[in-house]
Design a protein around this ligand. Structure first.
Ligand code: BGC
Length: 404
């Protein structure tokens, strides 16, 4: 056995990658860290979307005992950095040439006041529709490209006994579905105006009413589910063909491939209805907390491993996302990942790369929670009108901190 190097330390990583596919991807990182002689302490929180994970993280940081790194994203990285809790990893990023290797949007997300405080793992695309190829064939339909086409396919599937839309009881899915409908019905500029800038005129508009009505119309096509059912179970029913379609980010692909199915062949991928010109992004990253001197070398090794070229390929092949490093070749990736990579570049040029606020990008976490609350109530209360939801969204927007 090799002796552990003298700088061996421990990394404790808080994350919510607990599904079979997600855990498989993370195993790549654990192996890499252990091979450097460090101990990996797993702080896994089974809670897709991260709500509970964020609460646990806060209590650990506030009690002066932060983990080495946490799977937090976008605006939350900025908030923790602003509170003075994150480590500056500029020296490592400079030595490893991160500025040259990463797309601008990723660099901006990983830096606070111009300094790197987090290491990026991947880019997930959120605005996907996954379709079981056999189910689509059974109703003799084409992939829907608009919401009206979606409803036609959904009705046809229901007629032949297939649940049209795989669904779960995790309420972040309601918010994610809403976010995707906003783009598909009202477009990228509207999405920015209504949510990033919180323009009252956009929130109180005929377009917003149309978005909310379309969103609610989807509900009748969701497969029966209880509140304890998670997205992984919903994806399993898509894979089996019990359900025909699913609106989900491309982490669904980690379950599809783990089940031995081929994305793009058995389970087709297409941009969510009406949203092919846009790309809602969700960048997974590990924010690095200030840790004791004894564990700083291990923390640096963790950040370095995350950006390693081979690791980026292996992790993203398993995770369903695309690498953040621009020098990783896409030839080993499936058709959906290659499409994602092309669409990411095209959307960056076109100005239609949109932060997914459902997945922690683009908005302060508290603002997302407030929007989420309105959407959850609107989705669950049959008596709430679209106009009432608009009124509540406008109220939330007026109370939220001014956009940066
Ligand atoms: C994360 C993904 C994760 C998914 C489901 C998203 O917010 O970015 O990495 O697989 O949630 O848990």
């Amino acid at each position: 056995m090799l002796a552990a190097p003298c700088h061996a330390g421990e990394v404790e990583v808080l994350h919510f990658w607990t599904s079979g596919g997600e855990a498989g991807a993370l195993a790549q990182l654990k192996t890499s860290i252990r091979s450097k002689g460090h101990a990996w302490k797993d702080f896994a929180v089974a809670d897709g979307g991260g709500g509970l994970a964020m609460t646990l993280l806060s209590s650990r940081v506030m009690s002066g005992n932060p983990p080495t790194a946490a799977q937090i994203k976008g605006a939350s990285i900025q908030e923790w950095a602003n509170a003075g809790k994150l480590a500056n990893i500029d020296a490592l990023a400079r030595a490893e040439q991160w500025d040259a290797l990463l797309p601008k949007i990723v660099i901006d997300t990983m830096k606070f006041n111009g300094h790197y405080v987090a290491a990026p793992l991947n880019v997930h695309r959120v605005n996907w529709l996954w379709v079981n190829a056999a189910a689509l064939k059974k109703v003799n339909a084409k992939l829907p490209t608009t919401w009206e086409e979606f409803f036609t396919v959904a009705a046809a599937m229901r007629k032949v006994g297939i649940a049209p839309l795989a669904y779960s009881g995790q309420s972040w899915l309601d918010l994610g579905t809403f976010e995707t409908v906003v783009i598909g019905i009202a477009g990228a500029d509207f999405y920015r105006r209504a949510f990033m800038q919180r323009d009252p005129a956009a929130l109180d508009s005929a377009q917003m009413e149309q978005v909310l009505l379309t969103f609610k119309r989807i509900k009748q096509y969701t497969e029966p589910h209880n509140k304890n059912r998670d997205w992984v179970a919903a994806t399993a029913s898509l894979i089996k063909g019990d359900a025909g379609m699913q609106l989900m980010g491309d982490w669904a692909k980690s379950e599809i491939t783990a089940a031995g199915k081929v994305p793009g062949v058995d389970i087709l991928c297409t941009a969510a209805p009406g949203s092919s010109g846009a790309f809602t992004f969700d960048i997974d990253s590990l924010a690095l907390f200030k840790v004791s001197a004894a564990n700083q070398a291990a923390q640096q090794d963790l950040a370095k491993a995350v950006m390693g070229k081979d690791f980026q390929q292996a992790f993203n092949l398993a995770k369903g996302s695309i690498p953040v490093r621009q020098d990783v070749k896409m030839d080993r990736f499936d058709e959906c990942a290659r499409q994602s990579s092309k669409d990411f570049a095209a959307s960056a040029k076109r100005g239609t790369l949109l932060p997914s606020f459902t997945h922690g990008m683009g908005l302060p976490y508290a603002t997302t929670l407030a929007i989420w609350d309105v959407i959850r109530q609107y989705w669950n209360q049959d008596s709430m009108s679209a106009k009432e939801a608009m009124r509540r969204l406008a109220k939330v927007a007026a109370q939220a901190p001014a956009p940066r």
